[in-house]
Design a binder for this molecule. Structure first.
Ligand code: CTP
Ligand code: MG
Length: 225
Protein backbone atom coordinates (compact mmCIF):
# COMPACT_ATOMS: atom_id res chain seq x y z
CA UNK A 1 0.00 0.00 0.00
CA UNK A 2 0.94 3.63 -0.47
CA UNK A 3 0.25 6.16 2.27
CA UNK A 4 -0.25 9.92 2.29
CA UNK A 5 -0.68 11.97 5.45
CA UNK A 6 -3.17 14.84 5.46
CA UNK A 7 -2.69 17.51 8.11
CA UNK A 8 -5.51 20.04 8.41
CA UNK A 9 -3.76 23.19 9.69
CA UNK A 10 -6.06 25.90 8.34
CA UNK A 11 -7.86 26.72 11.59
CA UNK A 12 -7.56 30.00 13.46
CA UNK A 13 -7.46 28.56 16.98
CA UNK A 14 -10.23 30.74 18.34
CA UNK A 15 -10.46 28.89 21.67
CA UNK A 16 -6.71 29.28 22.20
CA UNK A 17 -7.19 33.07 22.24
CA UNK A 18 -3.68 33.81 21.01
CA UNK A 19 -2.46 36.48 18.52
CA UNK A 20 -1.81 33.89 15.83
CA UNK A 21 -3.03 30.34 15.01
CA UNK A 22 -2.24 27.77 17.71
CA UNK A 23 -0.52 25.37 15.28
CA UNK A 24 2.36 27.85 15.17
CA UNK A 25 2.78 28.25 18.93
CA UNK A 26 6.22 27.12 20.04
CA UNK A 27 6.39 23.92 22.07
CA UNK A 28 9.84 23.12 23.44
CA UNK A 29 11.41 25.28 20.74
CA UNK A 30 9.46 24.08 17.71
CA UNK A 31 6.12 25.06 16.23
CA UNK A 32 3.25 22.76 17.17
CA UNK A 33 2.71 21.92 13.50
CA UNK A 34 6.33 20.78 13.15
CA UNK A 35 5.82 18.33 16.01
CA UNK A 36 2.53 17.09 14.53
CA UNK A 37 4.07 16.56 11.08
CA UNK A 38 7.43 15.12 12.16
CA UNK A 39 6.41 11.44 12.55
CA UNK A 40 4.82 11.40 9.11
CA UNK A 41 7.83 13.06 7.48
CA UNK A 42 10.18 10.55 9.09
CA UNK A 43 8.07 7.43 8.54
CA UNK A 44 9.38 5.31 5.64
CA UNK A 45 5.90 4.00 4.73
CA UNK A 46 4.50 7.51 4.20
CA UNK A 47 5.22 8.92 0.76
CA UNK A 48 3.72 12.38 1.02
CA UNK A 49 2.48 14.83 3.62
CA UNK A 50 -0.18 17.28 2.43
CA UNK A 51 -0.81 20.20 4.77
CA UNK A 52 -3.92 22.40 4.43
CA UNK A 53 -3.19 26.04 5.27
CA UNK A 54 -5.36 29.08 5.86
CA UNK A 55 -5.56 31.33 2.77
CA UNK A 56 -3.91 34.10 4.81
CA UNK A 57 -1.23 31.90 6.36
CA UNK A 58 1.88 33.97 7.14
CA UNK A 59 3.78 31.42 9.17
CA UNK A 60 4.21 28.09 7.39
CA UNK A 61 6.96 29.28 5.04
CA UNK A 62 9.09 30.13 8.07
CA UNK A 63 9.16 26.56 9.40
CA UNK A 64 12.10 24.28 8.78
CA UNK A 65 9.80 21.54 7.47
CA UNK A 66 8.42 23.86 4.76
CA UNK A 67 11.07 22.82 2.26
CA UNK A 68 11.00 19.09 2.94
CA UNK A 69 10.60 17.06 -0.24
CA UNK A 70 7.69 14.99 1.16
CA UNK A 71 5.61 18.06 1.99
CA UNK A 72 3.16 19.92 -0.16
CA UNK A 73 0.47 22.43 0.81
CA UNK A 74 -3.05 23.29 -0.25
CA UNK A 75 -5.39 26.11 0.73
CA UNK A 76 -7.86 24.93 3.35
CA UNK A 77 -11.54 25.83 3.65
CA UNK A 78 -14.19 27.20 5.98
CA UNK A 79 -14.54 24.04 8.10
CA UNK A 80 -12.04 21.33 8.96
CA UNK A 81 -13.77 18.96 6.53
CA UNK A 82 -13.33 21.48 3.70
CA UNK A 83 -9.62 21.63 4.45
CA UNK A 84 -9.37 17.84 4.39
CA UNK A 85 -11.27 17.67 1.08
CA UNK A 86 -8.93 20.26 -0.45
CA UNK A 87 -5.99 18.05 0.46
CA UNK A 88 -7.65 14.89 -0.87
CA UNK A 89 -8.06 16.62 -4.23
CA UNK A 90 -4.30 16.52 -4.81
CA UNK A 91 -3.76 12.93 -3.61
CA UNK A 92 -3.55 9.79 -5.74
CA UNK A 93 -6.91 7.97 -5.42
CA UNK A 94 -5.18 4.62 -4.82
CA UNK A 95 -3.37 5.85 -1.69
CA UNK A 96 -4.46 5.27 1.88
CA UNK A 97 -4.82 8.55 3.72
CA UNK A 98 -3.96 9.22 7.36
CA UNK A 99 -5.68 12.43 8.51
CA UNK A 100 -4.02 13.99 11.54
CA UNK A 101 -4.83 17.30 13.28
CA UNK A 102 -2.06 19.89 13.36
CA UNK A 103 -3.28 20.48 16.92
CA UNK A 104 -2.15 16.99 18.08
CA UNK A 105 1.61 17.29 18.52
CA UNK A 106 2.07 14.35 20.92
CA UNK A 107 1.37 11.37 18.64
CA UNK A 108 3.85 8.51 19.04
CA UNK A 109 5.16 6.18 16.32
CA UNK A 110 3.73 3.03 17.94
CA UNK A 111 0.21 4.41 17.58
CA UNK A 112 0.78 5.48 13.98
CA UNK A 113 2.13 2.00 13.20
CA UNK A 114 -1.05 0.43 14.61
CA UNK A 115 -3.13 2.29 12.02
CA UNK A 116 -0.79 1.37 9.19
CA UNK A 117 -1.06 -2.29 10.26
CA UNK A 118 -4.87 -2.02 10.13
CA UNK A 119 -4.72 -0.52 6.65
CA UNK A 120 -2.59 -3.47 5.56
CA UNK A 121 -5.57 -5.60 6.68
CA UNK A 122 -7.83 -3.34 4.60
CA UNK A 123 -9.39 -1.87 7.76
CA UNK A 124 -10.49 1.74 8.15
CA UNK A 125 -9.47 2.79 11.63
CA UNK A 126 -9.05 5.71 14.02
CA UNK A 127 -7.08 6.16 17.22
CA UNK A 128 -9.35 6.37 20.22
CA UNK A 129 -9.32 5.98 23.98
CA UNK A 130 -12.07 4.77 26.33
CA UNK A 131 -13.60 7.55 28.42
CA UNK A 132 -12.69 7.37 32.10
CA UNK A 133 -14.90 10.03 33.68
CA UNK A 134 -18.48 9.42 34.66
CA UNK A 135 -20.50 10.87 31.81
CA UNK A 136 -23.54 13.09 32.34
CA UNK A 137 -26.27 14.06 29.93
CA UNK A 138 -27.59 17.51 30.86
CA UNK A 139 -30.36 19.88 29.92
CA UNK A 140 -29.72 23.27 28.33
CA UNK A 141 -29.59 24.92 31.79
CA UNK A 142 -26.72 22.62 32.87
CA UNK A 143 -28.85 20.57 35.22
CA UNK A 144 -28.12 16.84 35.03
CA UNK A 145 -30.72 14.76 33.26
CA UNK A 146 -29.05 11.38 33.66
CA UNK A 147 -25.78 9.47 33.73
CA UNK A 148 -24.73 7.86 30.47
CA UNK A 149 -23.39 4.30 30.39
CA UNK A 150 -19.75 4.94 29.57
CA UNK A 151 -18.81 1.33 28.81
CA UNK A 152 -19.35 1.97 25.11
CA UNK A 153 -18.01 5.53 24.97
CA UNK A 154 -14.68 6.47 23.43
CA UNK A 155 -12.77 9.66 22.73
CA UNK A 156 -12.12 9.90 18.99
CA UNK A 157 -8.60 11.08 18.19
CA UNK A 158 -6.43 11.29 15.10
CA UNK A 159 -4.87 9.95 12.91
CA UNK A 160 -7.87 8.50 11.10
CA UNK A 161 -7.11 6.16 8.22
CA UNK A 162 -9.11 5.42 5.05
CA UNK A 163 -8.62 4.71 1.33
CA UNK A 164 -8.40 8.10 -0.43
CA UNK A 165 -11.11 7.48 -3.03
CA UNK A 166 -13.60 6.21 -0.45
CA UNK A 167 -12.91 9.07 1.96
CA UNK A 168 -13.30 11.71 -0.74
CA UNK A 169 -16.62 10.26 -1.91
CA UNK A 170 -18.05 9.78 1.58
CA UNK A 171 -17.03 13.23 2.85
CA UNK A 172 -18.65 14.91 -0.15
CA UNK A 173 -21.83 12.83 0.18
CA UNK A 174 -22.04 13.52 3.92
CA UNK A 175 -21.75 17.28 3.37
CA UNK A 176 -24.51 17.15 0.77
CA UNK A 177 -26.52 15.05 3.24
CA UNK A 178 -26.22 17.77 5.88
CA UNK A 179 -24.07 15.73 8.29
CA UNK A 180 -22.04 17.64 10.87
CA UNK A 181 -18.68 16.19 9.84
CA UNK A 182 -16.42 16.87 12.83
CA UNK A 183 -14.06 14.04 11.98
CA UNK A 184 -13.63 11.67 9.03
CA UNK A 185 -15.19 8.76 10.92
CA UNK A 186 -18.45 10.65 11.47
CA UNK A 187 -18.99 10.73 7.71
CA UNK A 188 -18.04 7.05 7.38
CA UNK A 189 -20.52 6.07 10.10
CA UNK A 190 -23.25 8.00 8.33
CA UNK A 191 -22.42 6.11 5.12
CA UNK A 192 -22.62 2.77 6.93
CA UNK A 193 -18.91 1.99 6.56
CA UNK A 194 -17.10 -0.11 9.16
CA UNK A 195 -14.54 1.91 11.13
CA UNK A 196 -12.36 0.25 13.77
CA UNK A 197 -11.35 1.91 17.03
CA UNK A 198 -7.69 1.37 17.81
CA UNK A 199 -6.69 2.07 21.40
CA UNK A 200 -4.15 4.87 21.34
CA UNK A 201 -2.30 6.74 24.03
CA UNK A 202 -4.53 9.09 25.92
CA UNK A 203 -1.81 11.73 25.94
CA UNK A 204 -2.25 12.24 22.19
CA UNK A 205 -4.22 15.29 23.25
CA UNK A 206 -5.68 17.98 21.02
CA UNK A 207 -4.34 21.34 22.10
CA UNK A 208 -7.55 23.38 22.30
CA UNK A 209 -7.43 25.73 25.29
CA UNK A 210 -4.49 27.74 26.69
CA UNK A 211 -4.01 25.35 29.59
CA UNK A 212 -3.40 22.44 27.19
CA UNK A 213 -0.12 23.93 26.01
CA UNK A 214 1.88 23.23 29.17
CA UNK A 215 0.57 19.66 29.16
CA UNK A 216 1.72 19.14 25.57
CA UNK A 217 5.14 20.57 26.48
CA UNK A 218 5.44 18.15 29.35
CA UNK A 219 4.30 15.13 27.33
CA UNK A 220 6.65 15.91 24.43
CA UNK A 221 9.60 16.51 26.75
CA UNK A 222 9.13 13.06 28.28
CA UNK A 223 8.82 11.19 25.00
CA UNK A 224 11.94 9.35 23.98
CA UNK A 225 12.92 10.18 20.44
N1 CTP B 1 -8.74 23.09 10.80
C1 CTP B 1 -8.59 23.27 9.41
N2 CTP B 1 -9.49 24.04 8.72
C2 CTP B 1 -10.51 24.64 9.35
C3 CTP B 1 -10.68 24.46 10.75
C4 CTP B 1 -9.77 23.68 11.45
O1 CTP B 1 -7.65 22.73 8.82
N3 CTP B 1 -11.34 25.40 8.65
C5 CTP B 1 -7.73 22.29 11.53
C6 CTP B 1 -7.07 23.04 12.66
O2 CTP B 1 -5.99 23.82 12.16
C7 CTP B 1 -6.65 21.93 13.60
C8 CTP B 1 -7.66 20.82 13.33
O3 CTP B 1 -8.37 21.19 12.14
O4 CTP B 1 -5.36 21.44 13.32
C9 CTP B 1 -8.60 20.61 14.50
O5 CTP B 1 -9.43 21.75 14.68
P1 CTP B 1 -9.50 22.62 16.02
O6 CTP B 1 -8.74 21.98 17.11
O7 CTP B 1 -10.92 22.97 16.23
O8 CTP B 1 -8.65 23.94 15.60
P2 CTP B 1 -9.19 25.38 15.29
O9 CTP B 1 -10.42 25.29 14.45
O10 CTP B 1 -8.04 26.15 14.75
O11 CTP B 1 -9.53 25.91 16.74
P3 CTP B 1 -10.92 26.63 17.22
O12 CTP B 1 -12.02 25.66 16.91
O13 CTP B 1 -10.72 26.86 18.68
O14 CTP B 1 -11.01 27.91 16.43
MG1 MG C 1 -12.24 24.32 15.20
Amino acid sequence: LSFTAVIPAAGIGQRMACDYPKQYLPINGQAMLSHSARLFIEHPAIERVVIALHPQDHWFAGLQIANHSKISTVIGGEQRVDSVLAALDVIDSTHWVLVHDAARPCLVKDDLDKLIARAELNQCAILASPVRDTMKCAMANHVIDHTVDRSRLWHAMTPQSFPCDKLRRVLRDALIGGVNVTDEASAMEWAGETVHLVVGRQDNLKVTHPEDLALAEFILARQKR
